[in-house]
Design a protein around this ligand. Structure first.
Ligand SMILES: [Zn+2]
Length: 213
């Protein structure tokens, strides 16, 4: 994914899908892709209307947040994205959502344990909660970095969700799995006592997918 227009199109497409899927409300949430070759981040604009958004509205910034191309300001949470790119070489795309069930757990400061087998290949395991960070500061990103060494997603305390991937589409699918797990866990808690995926199966799956605990 090298051509800038192609990158913008894919970031925009994922942002619109996230809105239609109900992972974000209003103009909240944001999506980005980091092109390591040009050292530029392609990110959704601040206060962008997801349904009216066009590929050319995606803002190109450097790692200091300076706009290289685009007529809008980058998402106010650009530092969350940049911190993840700086700390993790395997991360090339970030999506931040406020998907409702997962955000509920972020508000009660409760991680989502390993209750579904899909959580291993898609998310790397359970979904931890990153400590609260002031919106728009690098603190949000650094606290996410703290809990995401072996995870593809985290809850942001009193805020929402962050998921990462190699491509925007992969980060998006992982954000979908976060909300799916949060919803299932919510219902399971209403019905009884949720059980984790059996330990033995966890070990076998971790080995199969080459995952660390
Ligand atoms: Zn947010």
């Amino acid at each position: 994914m090298k051509e800038w227009n192609e990158i913008k199109k894919r970031v925009k497409e994922v942002a619109t899908r996230a809105y239609k899927e109900g992972l974000v409300a209003g103009t909240s949430g944001n999506v980005s892709y980091y092109d390591r070759e040009s050292n530029k981040v392609f990110i959704t604009p601040t206060n962008g209307d997801y349904l009216a958004m066009k590929p050319e509205d995606i803002v190109v910034i450097n790692l200091d947040g300076e706009v290289v191309e685009g007529k809008f300001k980058p998402s106010s949470e650009w530092l969350l994205h940049v911190e993840l790119y700086k700390h993790y070489d395997h991360v090339n795309s970030v999506i931040h959502t406020h998907s409702p069930y997962a955000t509920g757990f972020a508000i009660v400061d409760e991680k989502i344990p390993l209750i579904l087998v899909e959580m291993l290949p898609f998310l790397g395991g359970d979904i931890p909660v990153a400590r609260f960070g002031m919106p728009g500061t690098s603190e949000v990103g650094l606290h996410a970095v703290d809990v995401m060494a072996n995870r593809n997603a985290a809850l942001l305390q009193n805020h929402g969700v962050v998921a990462v991937g190699n491509t925007p589409e992969q980060a998006y699918i992982r954000a979908i799995y976060v909300e799916d797990a949060a919803k299932a866990y919510h219902y399971a808690k209403l019905m009884g006592e949720p059980q984790m995926v059996p330990e033995k199966a966890q070990d076998i799956l971790r080995e199969r997918y080459n995952l660390k605990k």
